[in-house]
Design a binder for this molecule. Structure first.
Ligand SMILES: [Cu+2]
Length: 157
């Protein structure tokens, strides 16, 4: 993964860019994300800093299971029936972006299932943004394959 925000480089063609928005508190991905290497334009449309941790999961997990895993204390044994965290593989990270800022990151994904999370603590509760809604499940299909659209918690009022 390389940050490619160097102003001397020509901007990427718009059709090659994966546009992602980070809001307080939602990660908004395109309905379909192509496999392979692409420029992700990540824009923070919220008023707090946001980041993205992306992990590959062995199968498509549910939003509920993701929230349960994120809520577990460190070293806790996950309840039976949950996806095994040891099978998750870190595959991408976007450093914290301030509100109303944007960054370009080159990322490459093979077809499969993923979860993206923001762990920045919320100002008042101290809980990670994930527990306020910033966790999104997404899938990437092989070329030409349509997959289930991304899923995330219903945004808070
Ligand atoms: Cu966040």
């Amino acid at each position: 993964m390389n940050v490619v925000g160097d102003v001397s480089e020509a901007p990427p063609a718009p059709e090659d860019v994966i546009a992602v928005e980070l809001d307080s508190f939602q990660i908004i991905l395109p309905e379909q994300i192509p496999a392979g290497s692409h420029i992700w334009q990540v824009t923070n449309i919220g008023d707090q800093p946001h980041e993205m941790f992306i992990a590959k999961t062995p199968e498509r997990i549910s939003v509920e299971d993701a929230l349960t895993l994120i809520s577990l204390p460190p070293d806790a044994t996950p309840p039976a029936g949950l996806p095994n965290l040891e099978e998750f593989v870190d595959v991408g990270f976007v450093m914290p972006i301030s509100g109303e800022q944007s960054t370009l990151v080159e990322m490459s994904f093979e077809p499969g299932h993923y979860v993206v999370v923001c762990f920045i603590p919320e100002k008042e509760s101290g809980n990670p943004h994930a527990l306020h809604g910033m966790v999104t499940i997404f899938s990437i299909g092989a070329e030409g394959e349509q997959v289930e659209p991304p899923a995330s918690p219903v945004p808070e009022e």
